[in-house]
Design a protein around this ligand. Structure first.
Ligand code: FAD
Length: 451
């Protein structure tokens, strides 16, 4: 969507009844079915097994497909590292469902089609005077796909991206269209829904007045200083990330993102023992900072500072694997130090680790359900055998903290153990079975980890 189209659509929303109607759909099904080629996820580490891929362009087309097809799964921008988005039969891509539907300026609600990527509409949303409270490290992911796996950024007061959701529209297994808002009793189960309930076609997001952010990076924070000052460091900005390769008892980079409308004076050269960077940095120090969002304290719009990576560039390393583990924030330092003991095994397989904080939320399958959390993330070299052998060791040292893995990344924890760590797991399972009694949306991932 061009900026002109966005502004046109949002101005219609403003001058009419505040909300424009849902997009119309055609009677004739033009669904593209793509069969032949080998299809992989973004990182290229997983080959989808689904025999058919469909790319519907309208909600009606999604309804027809859902009704017609047996086994199926929604596919967003393919950024997960495991088989969560796969299906034994059919994948329904939301690639062509990427439009902005409406912006209700009074209620501060933006509605987008489920396949819209944050970077598709962020600039235009900003131009209309609004912002999302937070973003993940990259803007390349779809709204529905990100929320389905509890994707998050950082910030002691920022919940994951699903906490921005005010409502969803989804197609249930019978092809019915259903709207679930925050008052619906199933809302806390279905937003971080792991694709188990149906195909989400629209997502309404809470927006706020636009804001500017400055980003300052500090180098070489001694691990001992992190240990002593963890809370203060993580609270020093609106969104703070620590990067380390676990060598030399050192946090190689601290990224501090602060809203310029609040307390954002210069942090000086000495930040808890780390020194201010003198140029833009990449989290993986060997790589060029060109794909990274602007740093050096230069203020800029939220959508250009909250993600680490710019929309037009490849985020992260590209050829990589990822895993990430959540523990209570109250145990952050203990957990980080427990992982640090594995440094001799981790470092040779690692590109970089990122440590972030995420505020508690109310989504049943969110790793941060009713728990202020810290996440310890690993961007690995693409050595699946070595990495999959290491993951259980990390899960084991974090087990005393009831560790939960990121749903979209690589993990090995025993499903029964995982279920015990989710207090609302039985209710989630019962609801998934109720919505999808014939198992249309079940796949190997859900069969292993949920059912
Ligand atoms: C380089 C890189 C950086 C990343 N950075 C972060 C980060 O900062 N923070 C973080 O938490 N994660 C991060 N991730 C992980 C990623 O954001 C999530 O795994 C996210 O789910 C990917 O969204 P997607 O659109 O690609 O979803 P997909 O991988 O396509 O699908 C994920 C799940 O969502 C479901 N789904 C997708 N669309 C719909 C729909 N319309 N209706 C119902 N279900 C749907 C799928 O069925 C599947 O179960 C990163 C990944 C990469 C590759």
């Amino acid at each position: 969507m061009t900026r002109k189209e966005f502004l046109k659509i949002t101005s219609v929303a403003m001058t009419g009844s505040m909300m424009i109607p849902w997009a119309c759909s055609s009677k004739e099904t033009r669904v593209e079915e793509i069969k032949e080629e080998i299809r992989k996820n973004w990182a290229g580490n997983y080959t989808y097994q689904a025999k058919n891929l469909y790319e519907p362009q309208t909600v009606e087309e999604v309804q027809e497909l859902v009704l017609k097809l047996s086994k199926q799964k929604a596919l967003g921008s393919t950024h997960c590292f495991n088989d969560i988005a796969d299906s034994p039969e059919n994948q329904i891509s939301t690639k062509k469902l990427n439009k902005v539907v409406s912006l209700d300026k009074e209620k501060k609600i933006l509605t987008v089609e489920s396949g819209a990527r944050y970077g598709d509409f962020a600039e235009e949303l900003d131009a209309a005077g609004f912002a999302l409270a937070n973003l993940a490290s990259l803007p390349h992911i779809t709204v529905a796909g990100a929320c389905a796996t509890a994707t998050h950024g950082s910030g002691v007061k920022n919940g994951n991206l699903a906490t921005q959701v005010a409502g969803i529209e989804l197609v249930t297994p019978s092809g019915e269209l259903m709207t679930i808002d925050q008052n619906h009793p199933d809302f806390p189960a279905m937003v971080v829904g792991l694709g188990a309930f149906g195909i989400i076609t629209k997502v309404s997001l809470k927006v706020e007045d636009t804001f500017q952010v400055r980003q300052d990076v500090f180098l070489n924070l001694p691990l001992a200083s992190m240990e002593k000052n963890f809370e203060e460091i993580m609270s020093s900005g609106y969104s703070v990330s620590l990067f380390t390769d676990w060598t030399n008892k050192n946090i190689s980079e601290v990224w501090v993102k602060r809203r310029v409308d609040s307390n954002s004076e210069d942090l000086g050269n000495d930040f808890f023992g780390a020194i201010a960077a003198t140029k833009n940095m990449h989290p993986i120090q060997a790589l060029s900072a060109e794909p990274c969002s602007e740093q050096m304290g230069v203020p800029g719009p939220w959508y250009n500072r909250l993600p680490h990576f710019k929309m037009g560039f490849t985020p992260s390393a590209g050829e990589e694997l990822q895993s990430e583990f959540f523990i209570p924030r109250s145990n952050a330092v203990k957990g980080i130090l427990a992982v640090e003991k594995l440094n001799a095994e981790i470092s040779p397989q690692l590109l970089v680790t990122e440590i972030r904080t995420i505020a508690s939320d109310n989504f049943w399958m969110s790793p941060c359900y009713h728990q202020d959390s810290v996440s310890i993330h690993f961007t690995w070299k693409q050595n699946p055998t070595e990495v999959m052998a290491l993951i259980p060791k990390i899960e084991e040292v974090l087990a005393p903290f009831s560790v939960k893995p990121h749903w979209g990344k690589l993990f090995k924890v025993n499903p029964a153990t995982l279920h015990q760590r989710y207090t609302k797991f039985p209710e989630f399972l019962a609801l998934a079975k109720q919505y999808d009694p014939s198992g249309k949306f079940r796949n190997a991932y859900l069969d292993l980890n949920i059912y």
